[in-house]
Design a protein around this ligand. Structure first.
Ligand code: HEC
Length: 150
């Protein structure tokens, strides 16, 4: 028991160290994760639109990256970055991410679920074409409410 407490304390300390960066750095890091979402979505949509042949390795890579970002979503938007904007870029986070946190987390969870479903269902070009719209729908649903221009 005592050991568990010490260990947990150490882990929390380590997590605190990882977060020890300026809020602006976090905003730019968050934006990079968002750009990674775009790269992954383009890799998939190129196949969906027959611009590229189906490639299982490329699909797996894109889905793994989407999964990674999806699972980190809520932690990419800590309270400390509220009101800040990326150094460069067209979009920023809406304050609603913090004022309507439960809904933001629900959108993040729906995205995690869509990616998990895609990971288990996509086996070929037809299943990719069937699953991709669901992922895309989650991107747009969240942006509509939680992403603002400028
Ligand atoms: C749960 C909410 C949510 C989901 C799901 C989501 N996004 Fe976003 N996205 C945001 C928010 C908030 C921003 C604005 C903050 C920022 O740009 O850092 C953003 C910004 C972006 C940007 C702009 C980055 C820039 O240059 O500023 C792109 C591109 C993007 N998202 C692509 C995607 C794609 C593609 C998907 C789906 C595969 C997706 N997002 C899913 C919330 C979401």
């Amino acid at each position: 028991m005592r050991r568990t407490i010490v260990l947990t304390g150490t882990l929390l300390f380590a997590a605190g160290m990882a977060l020890a960066q300026s809020p602006q750095e976090q905003v730019d890091k968050t934006q990079l994760a968002m750009k990674s979402n775009l790269t992954s979505a383009i890799a998939l949509s190129d196949i969906v639109r027959d611009k590229k042949p189906y490639d299982q390795a490329a699909v797996d890579k894109a889905l793994a990256e989407l999964d990674d970002v999806a699972k980190r979503f809520p932690s990419l938007f800590p309270e400390s970055i509220k009101g800040l904007k990326p150094t460069k870029g067209e979009y920023s986070a809406s304050p609603k991410i913090w004022t309507e946190r439960a809904d933001f987390e629900a959108h993040s969870a729906a995205f995690v679920k869509a990616v998990a479903q895609a990971k288990s269902n996509i086996k070929d070009v037809n299943s990719l074409k069937a699953e991709f719209p669901e992922i895309n729908k989650q991107c747009m649903a969240c942006h509509e409410k939680f992403r603002v221009k400028g």
